[in-house]
Design a protein around this ligand. Structure first.
Ligand code: PLP
Length: 420
């Protein structure tokens, strides 16, 4: 057995986490690409799905599918139970107080747009300030710019240091009498930096300012507890958490959600409709107009059950090992520069390689069966901050191995030889 095998089996023996067994749960990992075993390192964009998720969705469609909430028939009531049970699973996963604090959306993007449109339009007026950071995904920039266009609000942006870390003192200086909301990522999708979100929330709350947390990456790689964080809103998507696409979450404190007007109108969100007047349901239904993503909700819950069964602690330790190993191995490749060198990071290595265009890096490693992301990662301002048009990004999930990091390092060495 090689050194890596030994380390992994020691890890498995001490934590019970056996990545070789875990990999068997993901059918797609058994396939090959260009005659190489697939090495999937694009988890920050979207994660692969375990059989438990695929089976839960198939079972619902095969045995218990109907529209929810409206029907009196057996199937509708069975599907409604499963859909609402999924809400409870999400609630427990992020430790929300009540299940009505969980609003199902299409994803994190829609969840932020919901807050900007509903809470933002109601509570913000010209000159009011929203504080974001340089680490944000476009999903947490553009909705606020749209509100700026409409309402004349001001966007303030917290800078990052050369190692990618959030400049907390600068953040504190940006908080003013006019600050009405802080909307910030817990973990950067493009360079993996983890922000001191608990401190960010505390400093905002000291001044009576609510905080929205973009937990798209954090929920998968770190885990979140909304009561411990005391955040006011929190958003994430199922598909990065090994669940299906098409569903995500807006968590909001009940007292905040209850005061917000609906985001969209239609069926399922009303108590009564006449041509003169409509009475809306309470939360969360008033934010879920139309037929929801029923099958996806059930798959989402199965993904959470799967992650819980493996244990977030174990997953975190496994991914930390991969991150440290990748940082070391990639650091040995000539001309490779890692963007985001702060120790406060998780599961993502973003890099440039000499003058090679990130797309060329992505294409060459792809020929070796290695899937990485190449480009600006929906974080163009951050790329600008580091003086690059884009990077190549390897992002690790619960099924990746040290051998896969080695495969990436070898493919990069080859790219360096071809282009360097
Ligand atoms: N925020 C972060 C940090 C992300 O990583 C992503 C997806 O890449 C999003 C927001 C947007 O998520 P979605 O496209 O699932 O709505």
């Amino acid at each position: 057995m090689n050194e890596m095998g030994t380390i992994q089996s020691v890890h498995a023996a001490t934590t019970g986490y056996d990545v070789r067994e875990v990999r068997k749960d993901f059918p797609i990992l058994q396939r090959s690409i260009y005659n190489h075993p697939l090495v999937y390192l694009d988890n920050a964009a979207s994660a692969q799905k375990p059989k438990a998720v695929i089976d839960a969705m198939t079972k619902l469609m095969t045995e218990e599918y109907a529209n929810v909430h409206r029907g009196v028939h057996w199937l509708s009531s069975a599907a409604t139970k499963r859909f609402e049970a999924a809400r409870g699973t999400v609630q427990r996963f992020i430790n929300a107080r009540e299940d009505r604090e969980i609003v199902f959306t299409r994803g994190a993007t829609e969840a932020i747009n919901l807050v900007a449109s509903s809470w933002g339009r109601t509570n913000l007026s010209e000159g009011d300030e929203v504080v974001i950071s340089w680490l944000e995904h476009h999903a947490n920039i553009v909705p606020w710019q749209m509100l700026r266009q409409e309402k004349g609000i001001v966007l303030k942006v917290v800078p990052v240091a050369d190692d990618g870390s959030l400049m907390l003192e600068e953040y504190e200086k940006l908080l003013s009498e006019r600050t009405k909301l802080v909307a910030m990522t817990h973990m950067s999708n493009s360079i993996g930096i983890v922000t001191p979100i608990a401190e960010v929330i505390r400093l905002a709350h000291d001044r009576g300012i609510p905080v929205l947390v973009d937990a798209c990456q954090a929920v998968t790689h770190l885990g979140v507890d909304v009561q411990a964080l005391d955040c006011d809103f929190l958003v994430f998507s199922s598909h990065k958490l090994y669940g299906p696409t098409g569903i995500g979450v807006l968590y909001g404190k009940a007292e905040l959600l209850s005061e917000m007007p609906p985001y969209q109108g239609g069926g399922d969100m009303i108590s009564s409709v006449t041509f003169e007047e409509t009475v809306y349901k309470g939360i969360p239904q008033r934010f879920e107009a139309g037929t929801p993503a029923i099958i996806e909700a059930v798959g989402f819950a199965a993904a959470i059950d799967y992650v819980n069964a493996l244990g977030l602690e174990n997953i975190r330790a496994h991914e930390r090992d991969l991150l440290d190993y990748a940082t070391q191995r990639l650091g040995e490749v000539d001309g490779l520069r890692i963007i985001g060198t702060s120790a406060e990071k998780a599961s993502i290595v973003s890099f440039t390689l000499g003058d090679i265009h990130p797309h060329d890096i992505g294409t060459i490693v792809d020929r070796a069966g290695v899937a990485v992301r190449a480009g600006h990662h929906c974080a163009q301002p951050l790329m600008e901050r580091f003086g690059v048009a884009g990077t190549a990004r390897a992002s690790f999930g619960l099924y990746n191995t040290r051998e896969e990091v080695d495969a990436l390092a070898s493919a990069l060495q080859r790219a360096q030889e071809i282009f360097g």
